[in-house]
Design a binder for this molecule. Sequence first.
Ligand SMILES: [Zn+2]
Ligand SMILES: [Zn+2]
Length: 160
Amino acid sequence: MWSMIANLLWFFGALAAMEGVAWATHRYVMHGPLWSWHRSHHEPRRGVFELNDLFAVVFAGLAIGLFAVGAATRIDAFTFSAAGVTAYGALYALVHDGLVHRRFWLPLKPRRGYLLRLVQAHHLHHLHHERLGAVSFGFLVPLDPRRLAEKLKRQRETLP
Ligand SMILES: [Zn+2]
Ligand SMILES: [Zn+2]
């Protein structure tokens, strides 16, 4: 019983932690040294894939690595963390690539509440096409779009 609770905690803990990892990666790596990959996501897409999709491959590698460690050591914490990372990746693909960017068909158009706020917050991230000066780097925990819009305006004014 306790091990089941612990496993669920690892699963949801890893899922929640991935929002922080995604935020930090987006803020400091994608809009930092690996802008050369991420820039493709701030420009109109040519073709089915964009260079930015390589980040999904890297995160999939992280999940596969954790699954492999879990299998080799038979320590459930690794396996359930790997499942949490995978679940975050699936949610990200579904919501970011499906709901926000419409890269595949989804029978859902958010009109209010959390999902609309999430879509608006991410569109505000895309209003800016440069490496510096963007807002809203998180994803599943969106900030208030009105506050983000004000912040975006301020950041743009302070850019050289
Ligand atoms: Zn970005
Ligand atoms: Zn996007």
